[in-house]
Design a protein around this ligand. Structure first.
Ligand SMILES: CC(C)(COP(=O)(O)OP(=O)(O)OC[C@H]1O[C@@H](n2cnc3c(N)ncnc32)[C@H](O)[C@@H]1OP(=O)(O)O)[C@@H](O)C(=O)NCCC(=O)NCCS
Length: 197
């Protein structure tokens, strides 16, 4: 099967939300949000400041196999989303006591664990996920991310991954990321690129 990456438009967001909901661990805050809220979340990233690709089979523009969101200014957009949707998020958590309980436990254990100090890269990967029936799509997406970085003078790309997410950790090691720090139950990983001067 051959793939291509295309820029996301609003019509893709429903499929992006489906893949997100199916693939992100349920102890990840966004992995347990409802579909409407996930669509709202991802619509924050349809801006020029960041890149947002979906991977589809060559010749198709639907049947999305995976997606990736990365670039500049992501933490600010996540905070804005949380601020503007605080009520919906609280309502969602109240309707899922077991998810809330797991989330609180995770936050508490993060508070009592020591965290490293580090400088976060300006460019970050926010999300990368593939549909269940896909093989090699993650690597294909990461290759598109690499091409973007080398083509746009990005020298450093960072990301956060839960220490328990073994599949993603393997994937990031395989695609050239290295652990730089441990913070709140997550590893902060980075990859560097040669920038032509
Ligand atoms: C992380 C993710 C995007 C990787 O995509 P993928 O399509 O599975 O990756 P690939 O098929 O290209 O595999 C690349 C490497 O990832 C690792 N990997 C993939 N699936 C794995 C699994 N089930 N268990 C362990 N390692 C795995 C392997 O090192 C693999 O290399 P190999 O095939 O030579 O062994 C995908 O697993 C995913 O959607 N995970 C759920 C969402 C998520 O956790 N995203 C990251 C949040 S920080």
């Amino acid at each position: 099967m051959s793939f291509k990456c295309i820029n996301v438009s609003p019509i893709h967001l429903d499929d992006v939300a489906l893949i997100h909901a199916a693939s992100y661990p349920s102890d990840h805050i966004s992995g347990s949000m409802g579909r409407d809220l996930i669509v709202k979340y991802y619509s924050e990233f349809l801006t020029d400041e960041n890149a947002f690709y979906v991977c589809v089979e060559n010749g198709l523009t639907t049947d999305i196999k995976g997606f990736v969101v990365f670039g500049k200014g992501l933490p600010g957009k996540v905070s804005k989303f949380k601020r503007e949707n605080r009520l919906d998020i609280i309502k969602f958590f109240l309707s899922r006591p077991s998810v809330s309980f797991r989330f609180i436990l995770k936050r508490l254990s993060a508070i009592i664990q020591n965290s490293d100090r580090f400088d976060e890269a300006e460019h970050l990967i926010l999300s990368i996920a593939v549909s269940n029936d896909s093989v090699g799509v993650g690597s294909f997406l990461m290759n598109a991310v690499d091409n973007y970085c080398t083509g746009n003078g990005v020298d450093k790309l960072g990301l956060y991954v839960a220490c328990s997410n073994v599949r993603a950790l393997n994937f990031y090691y395989k695609t050239g990321f290295k652990v730089q720090a441990f913070i709140s139950g997550q590893y902060y990983m980075e990859k560097t690129f040669e920038v032509a001067r």
